[in-house]
Design a protein around this ligand. Structure first.
Ligand SMILES: NC(=O)c1ccc[n+]([C@@H]2O[C@H](COP(=O)([O-])OP(=O)(O)OC[C@H]3O[C@@H](n4cnc5c(N)ncnc54)[C@H](OP(=O)(O)O)[C@@H]3O)[C@@H](O)[C@H]2O)c1
Length: 297
């Protein structure tokens, strides 16, 4: 029976669609902007906006499993529609931010927690992938790097265990095909702790060009980030970076190694695969950012 993949033009959703299709499983790729989806030939696509319940019925018709990215607005309606449609299992792309003691008060933590709670209360079988920061958050640097501009950071020494989105897609695919971690909540980190400065050094090596890093104040960073994400998320992200700047390495989990039986994909690997996206940019505004894109887990 069909698997519905929400966020199918996202970093993780794309990989989930590709794997399901390659395995010969029926998959429906969903997006709030289906016209911008790029899916393998033969994959059905559908409009699904998690905040617009009128799009749910068609997207969920004949669906037994869902890969869901977290959007609290409309989640109760979505869960109700999923149950009514006969969905049995949901894999949620959640965040390690839900594990913080202050998660319920933290905008990023509560964003994900709200969706986890709705799913856990639903009676549906759930797999919760609580991801650390994505390696792909580095795409936010593509525009300045492409124009030779310095990267301005308030907390360049913030140490993160960045996750390669393909590791998340592979874990989601495993859960959707009946293997571990199906039915569990797991934390997913990368295999190495890297400061933001070190990530930029890796990118510089891979791209073969210098990437200057400048430290800016928190207020200036908040102003910059606020152009791309809601103010509440900005404060949450800055607080997360500040807390990760104490000199201790980021905590590393072993979910990927244990469940997939191989080491985590590295940030360097991600950088090599995406080097083309850091090529020279023509002058102009940065790509339209989106609210959910953060460097926090
Ligand atoms: N980024 C992180 O470090 C991180 C860490 C842990 C958890 N997460 C969670 O994972 C989810 C997805 O990760 P992400 O934030 O990095 O996003 P992403 O995977 O790149 O995109 C997720 C979805 O956001 C929508 N979107 C809105 N504007 C977009 C745009 N301009 N370009 C492409 N997609 C756009 C798309 O859905 P539609 O096509 O339906 O609009 C897309 O599929 C987030 O909701 C977040 O809560 C992220």
């Amino acid at each position: 029976m069909t698997v519905l993949v929400t966020g199918a033009r996202g970093q993780v959703g794309r990989g989930v669609v590709r794997r399901l299709h390659a395995a010969g499983l029926p998959v429906r790729a969903a997006s709030a902007r289906p016209g911008e989806l790029s899916v393998p030939a033969g994959v059905e696509s559908v409009e699904l906006a998690l905040g617009r319940p009128e799009t749910f019925a068609a997207a969920l018709s004949g669906v037994r499993q869902v890969f869901l990215y977290p959007e609290p607005s409309g989640v109760d309606a979505f869960v109700g529609a999923a149950r009514a449609a006969g969905v049995e299992h949901v894999v949620l792309l959640s965040s390690a931010a839900v594990l913080s003691e202050a998660a319920a008060e933290d905008p990023l933590g509560s964003h994900n927690l709200r969706v986890e709670q709705a799913l856990l209360a639903s009676g549906l079988s759930c797999t919760l992938l609580r991801a650390d920061s994505f390696a792909s958050n580095a795409l936010a640097w593509a525009h300045p790097i492409g124009r030779g501009l310095p990267i301005e950071l308030p907390y360049p020494e913030a140490a993160l265990a960045v996750v390669h989105p393909e590791d998340l897609a592979e874990l989601a695919f495993a859960a959707l095909t009946g293997r571990e971690p199906r039915g569990r909540a797991v934390t997913v980190t990368g295999g190495e702790s890297l400061t933001l400065r070190r990530q930029l050094a890796v990118l510089a090596e891979v791209l073969g060009r210098e990437i200057p890093v400048e430290t800016i104040g928190r207020a200036a960073a908040a102003e910059q980030l606020g152009r791309h994400m809601p103010a509440a998320f900005v404060e949450s992200l800055l607080t997360y970076w500040a807390a990760a700047s104490g000199g201790a390495p980021a905590a590393l989990g072993d979910t990927t190694r244990t469940l997939l039986g191989r080491p985590e994909r590295t940030f360097r690997q991600w950088a090599v695969e995406h080097a083309g996206e850091f090529a020279a940019h023509r002058p102009g505004p940065p790509a339209q950012p989106r609210a959910g894109i953060t460097s926090a887990p």
